[in-house]
Each structure stands twice: as C-alpha cells, then as structure tokens.
Design a protein around this ligand. Structure first.
Ligand code: AKG
Length: 211
C-alpha cells in the first residue's frame, strides 16, 4: 500500500490519511484547549481503580467507565459542554467520504465526543466501544504525534488484528460489521507531529459516538 492511500482493515472500517487540513487541525486543537479547562476539566478516567494514561474531556455526554452521564459525577459534578453542531456536520461528511450511503450519513447524529490527549508514554489497551446503546459508526480524528493503532476483530482482544499508523489529520471510521471490533493504541511516536497542526507534543484523538 502506498503512503497516503485509504485502506479498509475490516468491513465498514475505513482509514483515510490526511483528511483534515493543517488549518482545520490547528483550529480543532484550539477548541480542545478550551474544552480541557472545563466546566469539566480534562482528567484521566479510572478503570477498576487505576488511572488511564490517556486524559479525556467529553462533549455532549460524560463517559465514565462504563456509562454515560450528563454530569461528571466522578470529577466535579458539573454538566459537560454541549456537543457542537460543527462536529455533527463533520461526522456526516466523514461518513459520506468513507463510503457510507447518503442516507446513512444524513441520519448520523453523534451526540457525544471523547477527546483524548496522549503524551508520549500514554497507551490505550484493546477494548470495544460498547457503552453506547446505538451501534452507529464511530468517527475518529487524530491530530499531533503519530501513533500505532491496533484494529482487531469483534470476537476477542487478540489476533487477528491490523496495526495502522494514524497520523495528524487522519480519519478512521468503523461501523456496521466492525462497529464492535476491539481496538487500541499500542504506541505514540514522539516528535512526529507536523508543523502547523497546532500541537507541539503529544496526540489528540477525538471519537464521535451516538449514545
Ligand atoms: C477510544 O477513545 O475509545 C479509542 O479507542 C481511541 C483510539 C485512538 O486514540 O485512536
């Protein structure tokens, strides 16, 4: 596969490199900085008593393992920021451009985003996104340092899987038969963020979901 070429690591799963321009990336990084300050500040969620290495700020609904709430009862009790309209439009365009039908794209109304920040040591273990009641596709955007993203199967967290390099500006969508595929981030590659993306160090990943 040529660098920059789209790939389909599973049915309904599409990776489109370089989907966001540098200008869009840097604008989104500015938004992320604002979200991170609150009303619910960015924090490392605790899974079974252990803090995740990734820090997360949520929009629309607040994710705390293993549920969504309007108020961040595990942080400061405040209500999370609303889900922005521009992100609904972006999510619909992402679906259209990933091969979903126009009807599927028009019906896509994400109401929740998890915006994650990874420093160079952060990882995310293999997991399924299954706290949502809807099985609408997940739209994922990456900005900043590159990472190794592991995309697996729906049956178990081990093989078979595909390791992909997600770079700044990349879009990854997984829905339909891949919606419940296990996935995770095994490594962040420091000093790989492009100039102009708005993030000097680390990686931001935003996933849109329909609860
Ligand atoms: C999640 O937020 O559930 C993820 O799996 C994030 C994946 C990524 O950082 O690319």
């Amino acid at each position: 596969m040529e660098p920059g070429e789209r790939s389909r690591p599973g049915p309904g799963a599409v990776h489109i490199p370089g989907w966001l321009t540098l200008e869009q990336q840097s604008w989104i990084v500015g938004q992320f900085r604002q979200w991170s300050t609150g009303p619910v500040p960015i924090r490392a969620a605790k899974v079974r008593g252990h803090e995740m290495s990734v820090r997360t700020v949520c929009l629309g609904w607040h994710w705390q393992p293993y549920k969504y709430t309007r108020e961040a009862t595990d942080v400061n009790g405040a209500r999370v920021l609303p889900f922005p309209d521009w992100m609904v439009r972006l999510g619909r365009r992402a679906l259209r451009e990933s091969g979903y039908t126009d009807a599927e794209a028009a019906a896509y109304t994400p109401d929740t985003a998890l915006a994650n920040y990874y420093d160079e040591n952060a990882r995310m273990g293999m997991h399924q996104d299954k706290d949502e009641r809807s099985l609408a596709p997940i739209v994922s955007l990456s900005i900043g340092d590159e990472c190794t993203f592991r995309f697996g199967n729906t049956e178990n967290r081990n093989k078979p899987y595909t390791d992909l390099r997600l770079r700044s500006g990349d879009l990854f969508v997984f829905g339909s038969a891949s919606r419940l595929a296990y996935h995770g981030v095994t490594r962040v590659h420091p000093l790989t963020a492009p100039n102009g993306c708005g993030l000097g160090t680390g990686r931001i990943n935003i996933t849109m979901r329909m609860t």
